[in-house]
Write a protein that binds this ligand. Structure first.
Ligand SMILES: [Zn+2]
Length: 392
């Protein structure tokens, strides 16, 4: 199996976190380590409490007697994940497995960076105040666009250019002084899948998000692909065969003009406006409702979205050389509509007959998942720091 890290000790603790509880035999086999080497690697990690013997169980092979399984204890450390969009702040407090312990969501009051920072601080402090135990180890903050350390180079949803969030670290005071990690929102969501989602059973896949924008993340050989282009939305404006929408740059038939929720809603509104003056539909839910009530332009918008999304998925999966695609974001709910039943058919519209089939893994589109992704960025940073100091 491919390792999450080159360093054997880090790879061991990372593997146990993502796949545990695991027997020593399974851990050694998965990481291609000798039993003696595993014992040597695990000893300091157990001494520091990073790894514990969780419970009795048997090896994945079902062979041998029950043994003590190794785990990174999920409930002894806490993390905060925050997602900042153009309209909402979603904040979650999680355990070490990114499972949500508590949550809060509030509308963004202002796009002014200083006011936005103040509001972020208040929301984060509310979650810090949820309790001293378990110890808060880190805070992850995710938002769209290009991010360089704490500098937001560009975020079109907030209208930010070169906004530095470094002062946030000083403003958030707590007894534990946790680390703060800033991450692109799609990168965070890709890390959530890599560590605690599809990555548990699949080494190569693409994460596609459809909502106010289009996001694209890649995992190859179990590792999330890092690139200077991360967060730039490089697949947002690729041309899609058969698409007709127009994007903000005037492209005809690009992904942004065909798949983003504002683009899909505006196409339904345009048809409907000929006979109605209600500016509907204004949400994905209303689009589905009106389509079910007989509105032909709404039905057409959903069918067109479905066909275009199938072409997009084929295109990015083929270019990334993967067969598994995670679909997430608030626009994915349109696929639940009965007017989207042509998705699977169109998923192979440009493939050869004998090509292996692309497998699509649909997620809920919940904004809590974006916040969980931010928490994973904090969890990974803590894991590296704590494991490294354990083995020194
Ligand atoms: Zn475009």
């Amino acid at each position: 199996m491919t390792r999450l890290f080159d360093d054997s000790a880090l790879a061991t603790v990372a593997h146990i976190l993502a796949h545990g509880p695991l027997s020593r035999a399974d851990t050694a086999r998965d990481l291609e380590l000798s039993p003696a080497t595993l014992t040597r690697l695990v000893r300091p990690l157990m001494k520091s409490g990073m790894i514990t013997e969780a419970r009795s169980g048997v090896s994945k092979t079902g062979m041998g007697r029950p043994t003590q399984l190794l785990a990174v204890p999920p409930d002894q450390h806490a993390f905060i994940g925050v997602n900042l969009s153009g309209t909402m702040i979603h904040c979650v407090r999680t355990d070490t497995n990114a499972q949500i312990l508590s949550r809060e969501a509030v509308p963004v009051k202002s796009h002014d960076p200083d006011e936005c920072l103040r509001q972020l601080c208040t929301v984060i402090r509310n979650q810090i105040g949820e309790g001293e135990n378990p110890r808060l180890e880190g805070i992850g903050i995710s938002l769209g666009g290009k991010i360089n350390a704490s500098n937001i180079k560009e975020n079109r949803f907030l209208g930010w250019h070169d906004v530095d969030l470094h002062s946030l670290s000083d403003k958030i005071k707590s007894s534990s002084h946790p680390d703060i990690e800033f991450v692109n929102d799609v990168t965070g969501l890709t890390m959530l899948e890599q560590w605690f989602g599809l990555g548990r059973k699949c080494e190569d896949f693409v994460v596609t998000t459809i909502g106010a924008g289009i996001g694209n993340g890649m995992v190859h050989n179990l590792r999330a692909v890092r690139s200077p282009l991360s967060g730039l939305g490089t697949t947002s404006h690729i041309p899609l065969a058969g698409a007709h929408g127009v994007c903000q740059y005037g492209h005809v038939g690009c992904a942004n003009g065909a798949l983003t929720l504002p683009a899909v809603l505006s196409r339904a509104q345009a048809g409907r406006a000929i006979t109605h003056r209600d500016s509907a539909p204004s949400s994905a839910e209303e689009l589905i409702y009106l389509a079910d009530r007989g509105d032909k332009s709404c039905r057409r918008a959903i069918m067109e979205f479905t066909e275009n999304l199938a072409v997009y998925v084929q295109t990015v999966a083929s270019a990334a050389l993967v067969l598994d695609v995670v679909l997430d974001g608030e626009g994915v709910c349109l696929l639940e509509s009965r007017w989207a039943d042509n998705f699977d058919k169109h998923l192979k519209s440009y493939g050869r007959p004998d090509d292996p089939r692309i497998k699509v893994h649909r997620r809920s589109g919940s904004f809590d998942r974006w916040a969980q992704g931010a928490a994973v960025a904090a969890i990974v940073k803590w894991l590296i720091r704590a494991a490294t100091s354990s083995i020194k």
